[in-house]
Design a protein around this ligand. Structure first.
Ligand SMILES: [Cu+2]
Length: 185
């Protein structure tokens, strides 16, 4: 009798202690999964972001991605209400020596404490199929997703730009980004 009472009391105390521990834990924990490491999306910013104006079809977004963490961060995908599909593109020479853009396998690696340039003629975020014309002065919002599944959202102004007309070479698709000829300086 005596023993059972003691045991019951002890269990009750343990449960109370466990509840306290849980409460304390919950109030102290940060919203991220690991309190010691920042999610990638919290360590990345973009500066000088802009999007090329376009009536329809394709366009591209540029800027400089910066990584303030002490580890490399991999950008794996991008989304935007401005386009039904986005890809991460690199610009490379094809077999015949022409500069073409194609999807970057494995994503963009932003080096630890460093930056990754998105620029015409180089790496860029490709808008494959615009949902509406991108007019200079408008803005477009982008959501970047990193390899740890965290995200970073930014808004970029739309600007007129006559360059960045590389052909797209992906699988069996060959498309011109814009039918507008590039005026010479
Ligand atoms: Cu592209």
């Amino acid at each position: 009798m005596n023993t059972r009472t003691t045991t019951t009391t002890r269990v009750g105390l343990l449960l109370a202690a466990a509840a306290l521990a849980l409460t304390g834990c919950a109030s102290a924990a940060s919203p991220v999964a690991s309190p010691t490491a920042e999610r990638d999306g919290q360590s990345v910013t973009i500066t000088d972001a802009w999007v090329k104006s376009a009536e329809s079809g394709m366009s591209a977004a540029f800027g400089t991605l910066e990584n303030t963490s002490d580890h490399d961060i991999i950008l794996v995908s991008a989304e935007s209400p401005a386009s039904t599909m986005l890809q991460l593109h690199e610009t490379v020479a094809n077999d015949s020596g022409a500069m073409v853009m194609k999807e970057k396998q494995g994503g963009f690696v932003i080096p630890a404490g460093g930056s990754f340039a998105l620029e015409p003629g180089g790496n860029h975020i490709m808008l494959m199929d615009l949902t509406a014309p991108l007019i200079a002065g408008d803005e477009a919002t982008f959501t970047l997703t990193f390899s740890d599944a965290s995200t970073y959202e930014f808004t970029a102004p739309v600007k007129d730009y006559s360059g960045a007309n590389e052909n797209y070479e992906g699988g069996d698709m060959h498309m011109d980004m814009t039918p507008t000829p590039t005026p010479s300086n």
